[in-house]
Structures are given as structure tokens and as C-alpha cells.
Design a binder for this molecule. Structure first.
Ligand code: ADP
Length: 393
């Protein structure tokens, strides 16, 4: 019995995977979307797929439905060793993955204010899984944990210190599981141990963050108290002049919530281009001559290059810049444009290797003699499964 169920419970969705962390084999991956209404359940398995629409009133029913399918397909026949949960915010409580007990749940709950959309949903997933898999240990893996090694001068904002002391206002950082996964992979590919690698890791997906990894550990990152900070993303503005907040309030008459909505949901690629929040769509539109799509791509690559250069400040030298996430792994255009802005760091892209997304040469996409850039596909579910297994073995 070595299978792990990995659960990523969102406010109206439940993503899951059944994984053997030792062989790294994924037996099933899936998703229940639109929980609370007519939900869409998709389960993908080797040579098989389940796809159905059905009423799912809550997370408990979503997980029961999932388990039913997994049982029918005989994927839970040998039982589960452990359930691994993705939890977005661990505040300053967790610098590592942990086995869940009542104290851990209380600590997760106390971070609800820091991630009001995510943590309550993550907790719900934990409660439901505990009910359904009685006696099976449950493990929490936090998005923020990898960044708990940031020094104070990197995580403190230039704000009154009481706001940190009383309300926890500081940089926490996110995508930690992805940054940690590619750090471990980069070390392997470079033939080094984790403490021997100095990296800049760029996770570029619908949300994006860039991290400085010194001797294998995060020492700075672009996301902050919330995942809104950093470079422009699918629908989030990323870092902007804080004065814009007051200006918009005065000029547009918007409330705090309305401004938050614009910065979170209507900005970034979507707001700038007026077309889409999706980089693939924008890349196609740019090729077809759409000027706003081209400008959006230019803004993204310029911001990304500046963020990479700023993270490099934390390192004595760079063993590799790692691109990951949907954009990082698949867009040769974004990587090439970004590296072209980074001559100061001696990056020189090898167009042939870049076009193959690093699938030759162990992920490397730069010329010999230049600073190394690599493409490394992320796999957060696998790392959650491995953490979970390690904690119970
Ligand atoms: P999430 O952050 O939700 O996990 P992903 O990591 O899957 O998302 O990244 C999604 C982003 O990756 C989208 O903007 C998508 O358009 C982009 N992407 C995927 N493939 C390509 C591609 N071939 N070229 C450009 N962008 C791509």
C-alpha cells in the first residue's frame, strides 16, 4: 500500500490525484468544478476517462463522488497510505509540511484572514477527507512554507512595524511547492546537492512569482502578503504605485472592494490587452498583428526581466535561472524576449534549444559559456505526495 491521494480543495472546486510517490506514477488525476450547483466531474486515468455533469451540493459530496469513481476503477483497492492536502497559507506557523492534528487545524484557521478565499476551502477539504478516510493520516503542504527562510530585511515592508507585529503584515510568498520542486530537480539535473545550488526560479502560470534560492532555500520572492504582488499576471495587476489606490478612489469613485476587484480580476494580461487573460491566446493574437497583445507581452517580459535581476541580488552567482509553470514551460517567445533584456547577467539564449523547451540538454536553453537558463516542468502534486509519504514512513 503506497498510494497517496492528493487534494487541492478550492472554494467551489476539488482537484485530486492518486499517486505512488515512490515510482512517481500518477494513477488518476481529476477535478470537480462548480461545487454548490450542477458540477462537472472529470477523472483521467491511463487509457480511460470519466466525464459527467451532476448536482454536487458541497465538498463532502464532491469527495464521495470522486471516491466512488476511484473505487469503481479499482484505484483504492489496496487502501490509501496517506492523504496530502495543498494548503495556501501557513502564515509564520509552518516552514515545512506537517501531519494534521487539531492544533494544526487551529493554526490553519488562524491564517484564514490572510487567505480568505483559499484557507477556509482548504480546511473544508481536510475535514471532509478526515471523515471519509477514518484512520488514514492526513498531511498539509503549504504554499508559503518554502519562503519561511526569507530574512527579515526581505520580508518586512516599509510600513509601521505595529502592522507586522499586530496584524502579520509582511511578505509571505506563494507557489512555494513549485519553487521547491524545481529547486530539487535543478540540483539533480546539475549534479549538485540541494545546499550547493543558487537559482532564480520563475513560476509563470495564471499567477506568477519569481524566487531567489540561495544554497537551496528561498531568500526572497516577488509575491507578498497576498498573491497580488509581483509581475503582471493573467488578471492581477502585480505591483503598482500604491498611490493609484487613492487616485482611483477619487477619480472613479470606487470603493476599496471595487478597486480590489479591478486589481485582482480585471487587470494584468486581461486588462492590458482587452482580449484575454491567457498567454497562449495573446501570443497568437500578437502574431496576427494585434498591437495591444504585443504590448501586453512586452510589458510582461520587461517586468519579468526586472524581477529576475532583482532576485539575482540575493545570490553570489547563478547556477541557473529556471522557467516553470504553463508559460515558463511552453512559451519559447516569452523566454527569449525576457532573456534578451538580461544581458547584464550574461544570458545568451540558444534559439534551437529554446524552441525545444529544453527537452534536449537536460532543460538547458542557453549557449555554453553564458549564464545558464533551464526549463523544468513543475509537479506540485508529486511533491505533496512525496512530503506526505515521507512524514508517515
Ligand atoms: P495555473 O497557474 O492555473 O496552474 P498554468 O501553470 O497551467 O496555470 O499556466 C497557464 C498559462 O500558461 C496560461 O496563460 C496559458 O496560456 C499559458 N500557456 C500554456 N501553454 C502555452 C504556450 N504554448 N504558449 C504560451 N502560453 C502558454
Amino acid at each position: 500500500m503506497s498510494n497517496v491521494l492528493v487534494i487541492n480543495s478550492g472554494s467551489s472546486s476539488l482537484k485530486f490525484a492518486v499517486i505512488d510517490p515512490l515510482t512517481e506514477k500518477f494513477f488518476a488525476t481529476g477535478l470537480v468544478e462548480n461545487i454548490g450547483g450542477e458540477a462537472h466531474l472529470v477523472v483521467k486515468m491511463e487509457g480511460d476517462k470519466v466525464d459527467e455533469i451532476t448536482a454536487v451540493p458541497n465538498h463532502q459530496v464532491a469527495l464521495e463522488l470522486t471516491v466512488k469513481v476511484l473505487e469503481e476503477k479499482k484505484l483504492l483497492e489496496n487502501g490509501l497510505k496517506v492523504v496530502g492536502h495543498r494548503v495556501v497559507h501557513g502564515g509564520e506557523f509552518f516552514s515545512d509540511s506537517v501531519i494534521i492534528n487539531s492544533k494544526v487545524k487551529t493554526a490553519i484557521e488562524s491564517c484564514n484572514e490572510l487567505a480568505p478565499l483559499h484557507n477556509p476551502a482548504n480546511l473544508e477539504g481536510i475535514e471532509v477527507a478526515q471523515k471519509l478516510f477514518k484512520g488514514v493520516p492526513q498531511v498539509a503542504v503549504f504554499d508559503t512554507a518554502f519562503h519561511q527562510t526569507l530574512p527579515d530585511y526581505a520580508y518586512m515592508y516599509g510600513l509601521p512595524k505595529e502592522l507586522y507585529e499586530k496584524k502579520g503584515v509582511r511578505r509571505y510568498g506563494f507557489h512555494g511547492t513549485s519553487h521547491r520542486f524545481v529547486t530539487l530537480q535543478a540540483a539533480k539535473l546539475l549534479g549538485k546537492t540541494r545546499p550547493e545550488v543558487n537559482l532564480v526560479t520563475a513560476h509563470l502560470g495564471n499567477g506568477s512569482s519569481i524566487t531567489a534560492v540561495l544554497n537551496g532555500y528561498s531568500v526572497d520572492t516577488t509575491m507578498g502578503l497576498t498573491p497580488m504582488e509581483g509581475i503582471p499576471m493573467g488578471t492581477r495587476s502585480g505591483t503598482i504605485d500604491p498611490g493609484i489606490f487613492m487616485y482611483l478612489h477619487r477619480q472613479m469613485g470606487w470603493t476599496v472592494s471595487e478597486i480590489n476587484e479591478v486589481l485582482n480580476k480585471k487587470s494584468g494580461f486581461l486588462g492590458l490587452s482587452g482580449i484575454s487573460n491567457d498567454m497562449r491566446t495573446l501570443s497568437e493574437a500578437a502574431v496576427a498583428g494585434n498591437a495591444q497583445a504585443s504590448l501586453t507581452i512586452e510589458v510582461f517580459c520587461w517586468s519579468l526581466a526586472k524581477a529576475i535581476a532583482s532576485m539575482a541580488v540575493a545570490l553570489p552567482s547563478i547556477d541557473a535561472l529556471v522557467f516553470t509553470g504553463g508559460i515558463g514551460e511552453n512559451s519559447a517567445l516569452i523566454r527569449e524576449k525576457t532573456l534578451a533584456h538580461l544581458k547584464i547577467l550574461n544570458f545568451e539564449v540558444d534559439s534551437g534549444l529554446n524552441l525545444m523547451h529544453g527537452k534536449k540538454e537536460k532543460g538547458i536553453i542557453t549557449k555554453e559559456g553564458s549564464t545558464r537558463a533551464m526549463v523544468i516542468p513543475t509537479n506540485e502534486e508529486l511533491l505533496i505526495a512525496q512530503d506526505a509519504m515521507n512524514l508517515v514512513s
